[in-house]
Design a protein around this ligand. Structure first.
Ligand code: DC
Length: 235
């Protein structure tokens, strides 16, 4: 692709859980040679840390202990040598599959609602985008992390479509016990917590382009995003 006339920009992709935002964001980043950051993975990694260190009891988080330990929680991104895919590392350990488990999905909204956790992770995310040339996906990228991003996309799809995708993904990964109803409940419950929390609730930025991909193929979505990237980068 001739991208000599294109400037380096920030691409913010927000939206509901399991809309396939990460798949789109990753594909675009690879195609245009940008870095890709999955911010949900960062909230998930903090959640895994809390579960492993006994900081979550039912719906209660030991916030005092978490605040004290937060500076020692190091989240980085690496590459899986076997398949070249990006992996999330927690204090040097590959936690990519653990952070996608229902154990973590069931608690991550609690952690993502804590103000000091958000401020800590947002600061790291802003530092990652200092040189632009980045695709970042999450819930508050276009509203809080990069309110001046040159391209903002808000992805949405029906809860049933998203639950079906997530269920197929978990089954495909060998989780034989998970049920569709359990996944649908998790998706709607996370929507509720994510949109109603006091700290940076999930909402569409006023200047975001909306993409409802309930009935769109992955190829179509990728093309749609690439077209909008080209427009934004040549403006
Ligand atoms: O995208 P995901 O499902 O992996 O995100 C996991 C959780 O983290 C989700 O419930 C919302 C939260 N999250 C957030 O609050 N802000 C972000 N920038 C990314 C994720």
């Amino acid at each position: 692709m001739d991208n000599s006339k294109e400037k380096r920009i920030i691409i913010a992709i927000d939206g509901y859980s399991s809309t396939g935002k990460s798949t789109m964001a990753k594909a675009l980043a690879r195609r245009i040679g940008y870095a890709y950051i999955d911010t949900g993975a960062m909230y998930r990694a903090v959640t895994l840390y809390c579960l492993d260190h006994g900081l979550i009891d039912g719906d209660k988080v030991d916030e005092a202990a978490l605040q004290q330990q937060l500076p020692s929680i190091r989240i980085t991104f690496g590459v899986d040598k076997a398949d070249g895919h990006s992996v999330t590392m927690l204090n040097g350990r590959n936690v990519e599959s653990e952070i996608r488990s229902m154990r973590v999905s069931g608690k991550v909204s609690l952690i993502a609602a804590i103000g000091f956790v958000r401020r800590h992770l947002v600061k790291q995310q802003q530092a990652m985008g200092r040189d632009k040339g980045i695709v970042m996906d999450g819930r508050d990228i276009g509203t809080a992390v990069f309110p001046d991003a040159e391209l903002k996309v808000f992805v949405t799809a029906s809860a049933e479509t998203r639950a079906r995708r997530r269920y197929d993904e978990l089954r495909g990964k060998g989780d034989a016990t998970v049920t569709y109803d359990e996944v649908l409940h998790n998706v709607t419950e996370r929507d509720r917590i994510d949109t109603t929390r006091a700290e940076s609730p999930l909402r569409q930025a006023d200047d975001a382009l909306v993409l409802d991909n309930s009935t769109m193929s992955i190829d179509k979505q990728n093309q749609w995003l690439l077209d909008h990237y080209r427009q934004a980068a040549t403006k």
